[in-house]
Design a protein around this ligand. Structure first.
Ligand code: 1GP
Length: 252
C-alpha cells in the first residue's frame, strides 16, 4: 500500500495531536540485510512506532536501499519516509521523503544542490516531499562530518533558535534537531525547549543518542513532537518491547 501524497505528514500530525508525541524508527540500509530491516520494521510496528525512516550517511543508496524499502513495504503497513543524505538516497518505492536542507552546513551541496537534483525525481516517483530544516548540534557524529556542518554548540540554545526561526520564516513545516547517530547524549532539553517556543505550527523532531523511554520522555516534556531512534532499536534484543516501552513513555 502506498500512502497518498500529503497523507504521511497528516498522519504524523495526527499522532502528535492525539497522543502528544510520535515515534519514528530509523533504519539504516547499511546496517543489516533487507530481510532483517523488514523484521525490525514489523517489530517496531508491533511496539507502536508511527513511521519508518530509511536512510544513513554512508552506503544508504543503490540496491541495499531499494531492497530495504521493498522488503519493509511488503512486510508492514507503516509509512516509509526517506531520510536521504544526498540525491542517491531517493527511492521510488517509499511513501514520502524528508525534503530537507542542512541549514548549518558550509556546503551548498547539502543546502540546495542535492535538493535541486532530487526534486524532479521526487515528482516522477510520486513521493510526498515533507519540507524540513535539518540542524546538527554537537557532537554531530558521522552526519556532522559528511554534511560539513558548522556544529551548533550544546551550550548555545539561542543559535539553534535562530536557525529554527529562519526555517519557520522560510515555510519549513518540520525542524529536526540532530545530535548525530550514536551520540553520547541527546540534544540538551534546554535547547529543545527554547526551539519549540520559536516554532509556531512547525513540528519539532529530535534524534541522536536517545536510548531509553526516560530520555525520550524528558525531550517530549521539553517540547519535542517526534522522537527518532535508530541505534537503540537496532541494538535492542527485543525491538517490539523496546519500542513499546519507549512509545508508552512519551504518549499521554
Ligand atoms: C540519526 O537521529 C538519528 O540521524 C538517530 O540517532 O542512531 O542515535 O538513534 P540514533
Amino acid at each position: 500500500m502506498k500512502f497518498e501524497v500529503g497523507g504521511v505528514e497528516k498522519l504524523l500530525r495526527q499522532a502528535v495531536s492525539q497522543h502528544g508525541a510520535g515515534h519514528l524508527t530509523l533504519i539504516d540500509p547499511d546496517s543489516q540485510s533487507p530481510a532483517q530491516a523488514a523484521s525490525i520494521a514489523v517489530a517496531a510496528d508491533e511496539g507502536g512506532t508511527d513511521a519508518i525512516m530509511v536512510g544513513g550517511s554512508v552506503g544508504a543508496a543503490g540496491i541495499p536501499l531499494h531492497e530495504t524499502v521493498d522488503r519493509i513495504k511488503e512486510s508492514c503497513d507503516l509509512p516509509v519516509i526517506l531520510f536521504p543524505s544526498s540525491v542517491a538516497g531517493l527511492c521510488e518505492n517509499a511513501d514520502a521523503v524528508f525534503f530537507m536542507s542542512l541549514l548549518n552546513s558550509r556546503s551548498t551541496s547539502y543546502l540546495i544542490e542535492n535538493q535541486a537534483l532530487g526534486a524532479p525525481l521526487v515528482l516522477r516517483y510520486g513521493l510526498e516531499p515533507i519540507p524540513m530544516a535539518y540542524i546538527i548540534i554537537e557532537p554531530g557524529g558521522t552526519v556532522g562530518f559528511v554534511g560539513d556542518a558548522r556544529l551548533i554548540p550544546r551550550t548555545k540554545p539561542e543559535l539553534a533558535v535562530a536557525y529554527a526561526l529562519a526555517a519557520r520564516f522560510m515555510g519549513m513545516r518540520l525542524v529536526y534537531l540532530e545530535a548525530g547517530s550514536g551520540a553520547d547524549s541527546p540534544v540538551p532539553v534546554q535547547m529543545v525547549s527554547a526551539v519549540k517556543k520559536a516554532l509556531g505550527t512547525a513540528l519539532l523532531i529530535v534524534g541522536g543518542g536517545i536510548r531509553s523511554g526516560d530520555a525520550a520522555a524528558k525531550l517530549v516534556a521539553a517540547g519535542a513532537d517526534l522522537i527518532v531512534t535508530g541505534t537503540a532499536v537496532e541494538q535492542s534484543g527485543d525491538v517490539a518491547t523496546f519500542v513499546s516501552e519507549l512509545t508508552r513513555s512519551i504518549r499521554r
